[in-house]
Design a protein around this ligand. Structure first.
Ligand code: SF4
Length: 192
């Protein structure tokens, strides 16, 4: 829930059921590839910040994953990425309190080949999307419904339906407008 402290150890459990697809996709890439490009780091990093992940925990998350690459040792990591993490938390530069991205902002991101940020409902092809839905246990009728909405460019409604199919048909009143809102609603449903 909002305002509570979150640790790195909790992230994997949260990602399973409560991260919206746009964040789960980035999280899975970090764990698998031990790397993420700039815009993906920002999209996921600011989401984490609003989740309540403190800066030292965020540093631990990025460092422990990125240093699994042979070419990135700790000192290289610190040189290359630490400033950005501190910046996200308003500890560098103009010390601004950077706001996590809303759905509109994520949906309107420009996404190129090899990028993983953005909104999967808007930026992924139907085939990988379908695979994600199957993995999440969405039944065929749900998959059909969601892909129809995607085709009609109703990305946020598609995301809301995805939420419903993965949360015992409970919904997000008023629709999905922000990835962090999605997370909070999911936690509310799952923890009662
Ligand atoms: Fe993320 Fe919003 Fe897209 Fe859902 S609709 S995947 S919360 S950007």
């Amino acid at each position: 829930k909002n305002g509570e402290m979150v640790t790195v150890a909790q992230l994997s459990g949260f990602s399973e059921k409560s991260f919206p697809l746009c964040m789960k996709q980035l999280y899975d890439v970090v764990l698998k590839e031990h790397h993420l490009k700039h815009w993906g780091r920002l999209q996921l990093g600011l989401f984490f910040k609003r989740l309540g992940l403190p800066m030292d925990e965020a540093t631990k998350f990025w460092r422990s994953n990125f240093t699994k690459r042979p070419e990135t040792d700790t000192s290289r990591f610190d040189k290359q990425y630490l400033y950005n993490i501190r910046h996200m938390y308003g500890q560098e530069g103009k010390r601004a309190d950077y706001t996590p991205y809303s759905c509109m902002k994520v949906i309107n991101s420009s996404v190129g080949p090899g990028d993983h940020h953005g909104c999967p409902f808007r930026h992924s092809d139907a085939t990988p999307l379908r695979t994600k839905f199957v993995e999440a246990g969405v039944p065929p009728e749900g998959i059909k419904e969601i892909l129809n909405l995607v085709e009609q460019k109703h990305y946020q409604i598609a995301c809301q339906r995805y939420f419903e199919w993965t949360h015992d048909k409970l919904t997000i009143e008023g629709g999905v407008t922000h990835p962090n809102q999605y997370f909070i609603e999911s936690r509310n449903v799952l923890t009662g």
